[in-house]
Each structure stands twice: as C-alpha cells, then as structure tokens.
Design a protein around this ligand. Sequence first.
Ligand SMILES: *Cc1c(COP(=O)(O)O)cnc(C)c1O
Length: 430
Amino acid sequence: MTDTPSYGFDTLQIHAGARPDPVTGARQVPIYQTTAYVFRDAEHAAALFNLQEVGYIYSRLTNPTVAALQERIATLEGGVGGVCCSSGHAAQIMALFPLMQPGRNIVASSRLYGGTVTQFSQTIKRFGWSAKFVDFDDHDAVKAAIDDDTRAVFCEAIANPGGHITDLDAISAISDDAGIPLIVDNTSATPYLCRPIEHGATLVVHSTTKYLTGNGTVTGGCVVDSGKFDWAANDKFPSLSEPEPAYHGLKFAETFGPLAFTFHGIAIGLRDLGMTMNPQAAHYTLMGIETLSLRMDRHVENAMKIAKWLEDDPRTDYVTYAGLPSSPYSKLVPKICPRGAGALFTVAVKGGYEACVKLVDSLEIFSHVANLGDARSLIIHSASTTHRQLTAEQQEAAGAGPGIVRLSIGIEDADDLIADLDQALAKATA
Ligand SMILES: *Cc1c(COP(=O)(O)O)cnc(C)c1O
C-alpha cells in the first residue's frame, strides 16, 4: 500500500509496507534470503551507487523484506522513513551516529532500560560522546543540562522498569527551543499505545525484540524519522547539512529533504557500521506486528487487573503501574498513552530480598528471564541479576531495590496469572 494515511491502525499493522510480490503474486511478504541483487546494466549500477535511483544493491544496506518492515513501523509511528537494525541497542547508536561527533553530548533521562544506561554512561565514551543523566520529571533540570555541545535529548515514553510516563510535550518544547532533536525510545509503549511524533519527537527508536515481534523469538531494532526536523537550521549537524566526505561530498539535507536522516542511516550508517537486520528477523517481526493492537489491548487489560490485585494484597508494599489511580503518573495516561499504560511495572514485596528471590523461584507460569514484551508473562528480580553490580543507593535510584521485582504481564488468562502470583506470594512470605 502507498499513501494510506486514512486507514486505521488495525489495517495498517497488517498492510503497510506490503504489496503482492510483482513476479509471483505472493500475498505474504516473501523472505528475500539474498545477499546481492543483479543490476540491469552498468548504468543502472552506477545510478544506484550514486543514490540517483533507489533500489537494491547489497543486503547490508537494503533488503526487500527488511524494507517492508521499515515502511510498516514508520507508518505506524507516523514517520516518513525507518531504518531497521540488528537490535534495539544498535538502533540507539544508529540514531545518534548522524548527530554526534567527539566532544558532543546527549541529555538523557535517568529512568532508562538498564542496558541503555550502560551504553550511554560507559560505551559511547569510546566514541568521544557522553551523556548527562537527568530526572525528566524536573523540566528545569532538563533545560539546564543542555549546553552548546548537546546534540540530542533522549528518553523513553513509558520508562523501564517502573512504567513511569514521560511528559513528551513538555520535553519536546525544551529540545525545540534548544534547536536539537528529541529521541524517544518507544519500546515499552509501542505505536499502538503512544505516538511520540505527535508529541514533538524527532526520532523514535525501538527494540523490535519486545512487543513488536511479541513472541520472544528474534532481536531487532528500528529508528523512525519524523521528517520534521530542519537539520540545516543551525550548524550543529554538519553530517546532514554540510557536504559529507563519507559520501563524496553529498549534502543529505539539501538532496533528500525530509528523508535526509533515513538516507544517511542507510547510505552511511548501515554501510559503515553494518548493524543490519537480517530478512528472517524482519519476517518474524512482520508476523508479530500483524496482531500488535490485539495483543497490546490484552497486555494492558491483564496488567490493570494484576496491578490492582497486587496493590490490594497485604503481602505487597506498593505497585508502580501508571494505570493505577495511586500512581503519580496516572494523570499523564490520557495525554501520552490514551489506550493504556503498558504492561510493565514493579512491585515491592514485604520481606525484602529473601521474599523476592523465593517469589521468583516459586512461580510456575511466569518465567524468570531478562526480557520484556513477550506474549508470556515474565518476572525478574533486578537486585540479584541485572542491577547486581550497582551499590544499594544506585539500585534504589534505578527503582531496582532489593525488595522489588519487575513484572512484564503477558496475554495469558489473567485469573491464571493471579492464581500463580497468589501461590508464590504465599510461599515467599510464609
Ligand atoms: C530491550 C530494550 C532495549 C535494547 O534492545 P535490544 O533489542 O535488547 O538490543 C532498549 N530499550 C528498551 C526500553 C528495551 O526494553
């Protein structure tokens, strides 16, 4: 389908980016398991390499199965283009790459997926980039953290692990004032629950590993560009606005307009960093997205029932789900994620570390894994696993203290999940 802005989400999640195969008529998107594509003739090859004609050269850059997924995710997010990558973490580097240079920094929310905190606080330093972590509920602090070297503001729409919601309208007003892009990790919300571009985001990144694929089968990521940022409005983004030496002096913003970031991501990002999604992974994720809205509705419905039940249970101290009226973030739900606050939250269990470990070991339906956004319900005790290396203070600040477990509620029968939690809590707090 092309130019389909009037279709609803349920239609687009099945049809966007997909056309019957022109040769065979295959209705489902074929898995184009090929590395290279035959050029019509030498002139055609030269035109492709010059970006004068769009087509397929080599699967590190572009592949028709991956292209269908890119178009589908970009359409669902309301963006102009997308670049799929080998993982969510690859997507984050791909989002920053065109914007950054040695000595530049990003201002990032202190509430992020644990792996992102490590990537931003440690690994990007090897590129000469750095991150300043700020509480994104404190809008003055976000504004104050932006300096002349800041090239992006980064946050999650619904933040891991506590399900905190970011006021994207307020944050994008700040990044707009500073003339820099807002990048939103929309992994735990998905475009069904939240559309960051409508709240002023420039770029949206995804770990497609999670809800978009939805079955815990393949890792993947995607960067979606809103197409709305004027990269040439100031001198901060020379790789997009000035002649780019890595592509024989091409000026991406001038040549590709709203698609500048997307073309840069493919022609330079994937070409030189090589963090490419493979067509098998794209196939699994295309299959997953076909049922995204149905699954997210059930994830949210189950999360609401279970969060309420846990909050009322005397064996717990508190539950952080933003869908509960007790959450300080509940008032942001109608504005930021009107179809629900996702299915990820933490629970403080009476009895601390010992009780949490026993709870995790006693559950039968919930799996103890370092993942989220699966059709199956998942649990992790962060203090003994993902946040084990942190000090007690750092654990508390990250919302991962010793007495807290994180739940990712799946789409099983809510009554079965509650019964499982009930029997495990009985053992844990006996
Ligand atoms: C999992 C996750 C990532 C990283 O994605 P991978 O596919 O594991 O590389 C980034 N952000 C959030 C919110 C995640 O849940």
